[in-house]
Design a protein around this ligand. Structure first.
Ligand code: OGA
Ligand code: NI
Length: 347
């Protein structure tokens, strides 16, 4: 694992490129034409399904959304609105601190924990137009508040409470996903290793970009883990989801979260639920901030399709693998559509 010891090239903060006022995007960030965003005539009427998490029927709406779209917007989710706003606020303040203050938290590819500007360690890779901060909530042995920013002053306590409330919401979504498979409500949680789940967060900061039609804030990928609960920017759109052969731009409802299932849920559900590719487009007018909360299985557990979902008619679609092994691909190669989960196919 030595190759993960450091980045292959010196790290450049995208925020510094943006702040330089240069009107040209450096070639390292220019995507091949097929991957560039297209801004014309995106059908705005289509939007991902909305689920009221308090609805008695929530399991069936969640289940349908995760089969058809891999994504839904959650309302009535139990997370306090003031907390959603203060979490956005402390992170915006953090990214606006002087560069020297942020550099003290620079991360390495070994754990990704801290302030970062790239995913993957492939030398010469085309990079994404975004910086981020990555941190752990669980398991307790990985959680270290000392690695969370000390400034702004309320950040640590806000993030702590945010982690608690989002964990609760994720547990609820796990129950709904289990019920939606016709299993008992605790089944997926047990499949994840019970109490020993991995919980972490990546706060994404997408500075303004002089040539947004040439690059992406985050390249197309499916999330490698369990479930992702995204708090989108309250003013700026940017998340696009692959659906029906094209890209759909999500129109976030206010005070809602965007929930999606990751590759491990696709594996455990034997492909009944699908992790879906998504990406982020940037713009020249306004920066964008989003918080991606990841609720993952215990990382040293061999995970394969749950036996209840395997039959002669529907054989196991994936070979078992631990999340630690799986994540290593992504940590080395960075975002690559759905190629990682595809490579797990049991022929
Ligand atoms: C992610 C992600 C989307 C966004 O962090 O995995 O897909 O809108 N983020 O920032
Ligand atoms: Ni994602």
């Amino acid at each position: 694992m030595d190759c993960l010891a450091d980045w292959p090239e010196p790290i450049v903060r995208v925020q510094s490129l943006s702040d330089s006022g240069d009107t040209i995007v450096p070639s390292r960030y220019i995507k091949p034409p097929a991957d560039r965003p297209c801004f014309e005539s995106l059908p705005c009427e289509v939007n991902i399904p909305v689920v009221d998490l308090g609805d008695p029927d929530a399991a069936s709406t969640v289940s349908k959304a995760c089969r058809d779209w891999g994504f839904f917007q959650a309302v009535n989710h139990g997370v306090c609105r003031e907390l959603m706003n203060s979490a956005r606020e402390v992170w915006r303040e953090f990214f606006h601190l002087p560069m020297e203050t942020k550099q003290a938290y620079s991360n390495s590819p070994k754990t990704y924990e801290g302030y970062g500007s790239r995913l993957g360690i492939e030398k010469g890779a085309i990079l994404d137009w975004g910086d981020y901060y990555y941190l752990h909530f669980s398991p307790p042995c990985l959680k270290s508040q000392a690695k969370w920013p000390a400034l702004p002053v309320f950040l640590r306590e806000t993030v702590e409470e945010y982690g608690k409330q989002l964990t609760k919401m994720s547990e609820r979504v796990m129950e709904l996903l289990s019920l939606g498979l016709g299993l008992d409500r605790g089944r997926l949680q047990r499949g994840f290793g019970g109490e020993e789940v991995g919980v972490c967060m990546r706060v994404n900061y997408y500075p303004t970009c002089p040539q947004p039609d040439l690059t992406l804030g985050l390249s197309s990928h499916s999330d490698p883990g369990g479930i992702t609960v995204l708090l989108p920017d309250d003013k700026v759109k940017g998340l696009q989801i692959r659906h029906g052969g094209g890209w759909v731009t999500v129109q976030p409802l206010s005070d809602s979260f965007i929930v999606n299932v990751g590759d491990q849920i696709q594996v455990l559900s034997n492909a009944i639920y699908r992790s879906v590719e998504h990406r982020v487009v940037v713009n020249s007018a306004t920066e964008r901030l989003s918080m991606a909360f990841f609720y993952n299985p215990r990382s040293d557990l061999l995970l394969g399709p749950m036996p209840e979902l395997v039959s002669q008619d529907r054989p196991a679609m994936y070979q078992p693998m631990t999340f630690d092994q799986y994540r290593l691909y992504i940590r080395k190669q960075g975002p690559r559509g759905k190629s990682h989960v595809e490579s797990l196919k049991a022929i």
